[in-house]
Design a protein around this ligand. Sequence first.
Ligand SMILES: O=C(O)C(=O)C[C@H](O)C(=O)CO
Ligand SMILES: [Zn+2]
Length: 276
Amino acid sequence: MEQRYHNSPNETKNMNTEQLRNNFLIDNLMQADKLTLVYSHYDRMIIGGAVPATTPLTLNNEAELRADFFLERRELGIINVGGNGKVEVDGKVYELGVKDCLYVGRGQKRVVFSSDNSQNPAVYYLLSAPAHKEYATQLMKKEDATPTTVGSLETSNHRTIYKYIHKQGIESCQLVMGLTTLNTGSVWNTMPSHTHDRRMEAYFYFDVQPGQAVVHFMGQPTETRHIMVHNHQALISPPWSIHSGCGTANYSFIWGMAGENQDYADMDAVKIDELR
Ligand SMILES: O=C(O)C(=O)C[C@H](O)C(=O)CO
Ligand SMILES: [Zn+2]
């Protein structure tokens, strides 16, 4: 499993494009017939992708965890951004359509991902955080994820936020997870931006159309940097960093956090005219 270590704000502000990409961008998550995992040392979040195109894929134990099985001391959030598929958790089968979410609690031993149609495989995005107790494994359909519309077309940030794993939704130890879709004509996510020094965050961009891209902004509010992002690529956002993006067309992204608290609204807002 690939390891990504911490970087301080001071180290980060001296990075060139390649160094920023090597440290914060994950560009190989979704590969046919592979389950890929990246271990971030920010809040020990594991970011993963599974694309079971022609064969089911199993969440195997990883040597770095020094555990008897992957979820011995961890919980897992899964969102499908591809075709219909199934996730089997210790013998129980859950059906995931596009933008459905499955939370798998600590202690589950066998997790297997499959697709209903190899011509249109499921594309599973995974986030796993350390967990101190078992919460119930639970499926949430997109329709039940309490959509909230924010922003406006005038400021090019009209978007809908779906929350799945959070205090008022699926219960978890520390994982908070959901997705945001930009309406046609809107391109800015998370603008005005924010930080939350208490939680790291990971972003996974999807529904970025061929030939389009998202300019992802990171860094301390007064030392911003950008990373060019394409479809099905993820970003690690350190707790001290803003995380915001502007697309060349509209798109969607999955966000997920772990850390000190699970309070989605606990953000330190940054005024647009304070950004540098
Ligand atoms: O569009 C947005 O705004 C978001 O989706 C913000 C993220 O959910 C986030 O950064 C939560 O801390
Ligand atoms: Zn955030």
